[in-house]
Design a protein around this ligand. Structure first.
Ligand code: AMP
Length: 113
């Protein structure tokens, strides 16, 4: 997608602080962190949101979680705890329409919404 900011990050066309990359996903630090650790794990393939997932994406979405778990360990928050979160559409709080998993940690998480 030519006008997608995360596609541009994945392609290396705009700067990001990458912490992991493989054939399926790219992970980089959130530009406006909501916690001491705030990493976005993003499929390299463009998918607008969870509303557009198909059965063929199941392994890819599972991989997002495996990478998130490894990054939590790398960040030293695996034992203290962390939150994995995916927002969908306006009321879900989604602002970038390229599906992504938030990894948040390094402070006490509270509540929802
Ligand atoms: P969401 O609101 O769930 O769609 O999350 C989008 C996230 O992307 C927000 O936490 C933003 O701070 C983050 N974000 C937006 N632009 C960039 C960027 N250029 N580099 C890193 N993170 C970004």
């Amino acid at each position: 997608m030519t006008d997608c900011i995360f596609c541009k990050i994945i392609a290396g066309e705009i700067p990001s602080t990458n912490v992991y990359k493989d054939e399926q996903v790219t992970a980089f630090r959130d530009i406006n962190p909501a916690a001491p650790t705030h990493i976005l794990i993003v499929p390299n393939k463009h998918i607008d949101s969870s509303n557009f997932l198909i059965a063929d994406d199941e392994a890819l979405i599972g991989h997002l979680f495996t990478v998130a778990k490894d990054l939590a360990k790398q960040e030293g928050i695996a034992e203290s705890g962390y939150r994995l979160m995916m927002n969908t559409n306006a009321e879900g709080g989604q602002t970038v329409f390229h599906i992504h998993l938030h990894l948040l940690g390094g402070r006490q998480m509270k509540g929802f919404g």
